[in-house]
Design a binder for this molecule. Structure first.
Ligand code: GUN
Ligand code: FE
Length: 421
């Protein structure tokens, strides 16, 4: 891979309190990694190709820590339902159709095409229970140049016959899928028990063993909805709580990295366990509004040092635009402060920018920043598309772009030094 520099108005987060913003500067890529940000290109980089994005904002790629690829087709439908009814009436019948690999291939082309054009460079993705369709999704993401985790979903209870595996089938198909997906360079498998109501203890135990033996990351859902939480108490009477229903099977950051979507209604001891295990929260504010789940205590998570990132959770969320997830996170945290707990300050813009880039990026390693040694994930944003007569400084332009921007603003995208467009 050739080394190069990108020139433009550069913004990235090192820490949550304030983004680093440098106008008319260079971010250098050496061997797919950042080699620093400079206002004048140092002597040792003289002669490398400079890609000129004059007047464009250059940020790290955005990270979507939780998204359901087969739900992309029905974004914005059924939005009057709560989680469990929404799963039964809309989600399970649609995901069942992915048994047909051709159907899946056509649907995934739309998802992958749009994801490629979006601000997202990294995503942790749920597919369906079907091995062939999941491999097809991975193939398409790899061809698009994106770096993602993809999970074949495991489900052996509480869904229709047409969309349920036996525990034995689920384990066998998962192992076949893992063996078949080992050739992708940038798209990697992640163990994906859908959530406790969908997986028997026996299946969870086997998935914990597979994750441990193969050192694989794990993703699932945790404490999203009040009826769901009551149901988990009935379904897992021997566990100490929802988090423990994963933890007792080694599916809670015991063996490797783990990301749990939502985490809205967490007990103190569960938050403590997340911290101990380095489990990531995938905060999905738009989904939490759409299906009326609630508001996650993000200020508390940040104060207590829990690892956190942002997520679209399409199709609970109706948009894969991570600029929107960022501003939604700020907005719901204001409602949390106003309506639930005035001692928990709302998220600030710099904090939300950090979460959407470096916060979630950590799930993928050194990702989400332009600090030296970070993988070179970057986008070039044309904020002149949001017209104004004001003369704004670079940090004002960044904030405004997050509120007003969408995929149409994104003029170039790099993942680990590879240029996608
Ligand atoms: N819990 C279990 N499955 C799902 C899903 O598909 N979406 C959301 N938001 N929550 C879930
Ligand atoms: Fe989800």
């Amino acid at each position: 891979m050739k080394d190069f520099a990108v020139y433009g108005d550069i913004c990235y987060a090192k820490k949550p309190d304030k983004p680093e913003c440098m106008e008319d500067s260079y971010v250098v890529c050496v061997d797919g990694k950042c080699a620093g940000v400079f206002d004048v290109l140092p002597e040792k980089f003289k002669g490398i190709e400079v890609i000129n994005f004059d007047n464009k904002i250059i940020t790290p790629g955005f990270v979507d820590l939780h998204v359901h690829a087969p739900q992309y087709s029905y974004r914005g439908l059924g939005m009057d339902l709560e989680l469990l009814d929404w799963l039964d009436t809309i989600t399970f019948p649609e995901e069942a159709k992915y048994a047909d690999k051709d159907y899946a291939a056509r649907a995934y082309e739309v998802f992958v095409g749009d994801l490629k054009k979006s601000a997202t460079t990294r995503a942790s993705i749920f597919a369906t229970i079907h091995k062939d369709a999941t491999i097809e999704l991975m193939r398409q993401l790899e061809a698009a140049g994106l770096s993602c985790y993809v999970g074949k979903v495991n489900m052996d209870r509480n869904s229709p016959d047409s969309y349920r595996e036996t525990a034995e089938e689920s384990v066998r198909t998962t192992i076949e899928w893992l063996d078949e997906s080992s050739d992708f360079a940038h798209v990697k498998p992640i163990i994906t028990p859908r959530f406790v109501p969908s997986c028997t203890d026996g299946l969870m135990r086997e998935l914990g063993k597979i994750a441990d033996e193969r050192s694989l990351p794990v993703q699932s859902h945790l404490s999203e909805n009040l009826s769901e939480i009551e149901w988990v108490k009935e379904l897992a009477p021997d566990s100490r709580g929802y988090a423990d229903a994963y933890d007792r099977f080694g599916l809670f950051g015991n063996a490797g990295s783990c990301v749990m979507a939502h985490c809205i209604y967490m007990r103190d001891d569960e938050i403590e366990l997340m911290k101990e295990r380095g489990v990531f929260v995938a905060h999905s504010p738009q989904s939490n509004m759409n299906i009326r789940s609630g508001i996650a205590p993000m200020r508390r998570f940040l104060d207590e040092g829990i690892k956190c990132g942002l997520a679209s959770d399409v199709a609970g969320g109706s948009s894969i635009n991570m600029f929107k997830a960022l501003t939604d996170a700020i907005q719901v945290s204001k409602l949390y402060w106003r309506l639930i707990d005035e001692s928990r300050k709302a998220l600030t813009f710099p904090e939300a920018f950090y979460l959407a880039t470096k916060g979630g990026g950590e799930f993928f390693g050194k990702v989400g920043s332009f600090e030296e040694g970070y993988e070179f994930d970057a986008i070039a944003i044309d904020d002149s598309m949001a017209r104004t007569n004001l003369q704004l400084n670079i940090s004002q332009r960044l904030e405004r772009t997050m509120y007003l921007g969408h995929a149409g603003f994104i003029k170039a995208k790099f993942v680990a030094g590879r240029r996608l467009f």
